[in-house]
Design a protein around this ligand. Structure first.
Ligand SMILES: *Cc1c(COP(=O)(O)O)cnc(C)c1O
Length: 425
């Protein structure tokens, strides 16, 4: 039975059998007991499926991964300890030293560092492209050793909307998969697989958890990319893995190849697992994800329009605003809403922005985004405070930029708070 997405949020993943707990159990166990060495040996050979050590698999985590796979319309998923680990593992599952990545330049700062600095030290090079690049400009970024294309559906914090089909077409023309970080819209508002993306990642830390309790990530595979059709480009998936008794992921596991390799090889060796306790909390968040996203978007649409009409505000960026340069893309890929994050500028520059922030009462100053409570960040006075106004502009951040993560409170209370703080700016 293919339920609608709000039903999957509540019901997918864990389905108790007769007499089992109604609520997803937390399997707080590192190990699993077997009656014979042979039974356990079969697990190590991947001949039988079952649990033997929580670094490789844990029932609580697997149920939550299965729910997220169902929400995205994928075939399999793997939870990780953070969004950073999810993006690294998704890329490292495909690339090794000497390979190349094409990535959107409008991505989360942590991912930009991961790809541009840390993975470069591992011998994996990246060409960054403007997410608004033409097909010809995109084309020029590819090299014979390109193995993946990476971008964010709605970029954090730039809020640029990805033309998923354009990026998927470019990737597929070069025989490589498109990986999309879908953290900001969540599968409630956008399912990138429906537009040609092959692999989706999330920082579950944001809307999926939704209550700022647990850092986490997930990788979901669509099962659509044909590794064997490009066998020479992805030897890690298409030739025997000597570190796993000669398993051939693509031949032996078909559509589950990508996640099986990510689990059996990358997670085995690097070990950034989600804790079952946190997976349980993420699952509680997922149960209300559809409800919360509706409220985040309704609030952000009302508040972005209110800000855009206020003379004390110099500019507003929100993809669902009709005069946004990304409005058409937002309508195409996210017809029911985008996300709750807005960025805007306060007239009077850095000092006015700081006075505005300090005057807020309901909205809290935090580095986090995308949870139930409204929060704000002023990069120029916090995360980027060592930079001059000129350096900020070069980095795509104006001195007056405020990132407002609209929560699920009553929109009128959030507007009243913004209004009184703007009066003090
Ligand atoms: C926060 C974030 C990440 C990193 O996730 P963590 O859970 O903080 O490691 C990656 N991508 C996007 C879009 C994010 O917003």
């Amino acid at each position: 039975m293919d339920y609608k997405i709000a039903t999957k949020c509540v019901q997918a993943g864990y389905t108790p059998k007769n007499g089992e707990p109604r609520i997803l159990p937390i399997v707080q166990s590192t190990t699993y007991k077997y009656d014979s060495s042979e039974a356990m040996g079969d697990l190590f050979d991947l001949k039988a499926s079952g649990y033997f050590y929580t670094r490789l698999q844990n029932p609580t985590n697997d149920y939550v991964a299965a729910k997220i796979a169902a929400l995205e319309g994928g075939v399999a998923a793997m939870l990780t300890s953070s969004g950073q680990a999810a993006n690294f593992y998704a890329l490292f599952n495909l690339c090794s030293a000497g390979d190349h990545i094409v990535a959107s330049s409008a991505i989360y700062g942590g991912t930009f560092n991961l790809i541009g600095v840390t993975m470069k030290k591992m011998g994996i090079e990246t060409t960054f492209v403007n997410p608004r690049a033409t097909a010809e400009e995109l084309e020029a970024a590819f090299r014979p050793n390109t193995r993946a294309v990476f971008a964010e559906t709605i970029a954090n914090p730039a809020l640029v909307v990805l033309d998923i089909e354009k990026f998927a077409n470019a990737a597929h023309a070069h025989g490589v998969p498109l990986i999309v970080d879908n953290t900001f819209p969540t599968p409630i508002n956008c399912r990138p697989f429906e537009f040609g993306a092959d692999i989706v990642t999330h920082s579950t830390t944001k809307y999926m958890d939704g209550h700022a309790t647990s850092v986490g990530g997930v990788i979901v595979d669509s099962g659509n990319f044909d590794w064997m059709a490009h066998a020479d480009m992805f030897p890690g998936l298409t030739t025997p893995d000597d570190s796993y008794h000669g398993v051939n992921y693509a031949k032996d596991f078909g559509k589950a190849a990508f996640i099986t390799k990510a689990t059996a090889q990358i997670m085995r060796d690097l070990g950034s697992i989600q804790s079952p306790q946190n997976a349980f909390l993420i699952n509680l968040g997922l149960e209300t994800l559809a409800l919360r996203m509706k409220q985040h978007c309704a609030n952000a649409e009302k508040i972005s329009a209110w800000l855009a009409a206020d003379p004390r505000v110099s500019w507003v960026s929100y993809p669902a605003l009709p005069d946004s340069p990304d409005y058409a893309l937002a309508k195409k890929y996210m017809p029911n809403g985008t996300c709750g994050v807005i960025s805007f500028g306060v007239k009077g520059g850095r000092e006015a922005a700081t006075r505005f922030m300090d005057a807020l009462r309901l909205a809290a100053i935090v580095t986090h985004v995308a949870d139930a409570r409204t929060c704000v960040l002023h990069p120029a006075s916090t995360t980027h405070r060592q930079l001059t106004d000129e350096q900020l502009v070069a980095g795509g951040i104006s001195a007056d930029l405020i990132r407002l993560s609209v929560g699920i409170e009553d929109a009128d209370d959030i507007i009243a708070d913004l209004d009184q703080a703007l009066a003090k700016a």
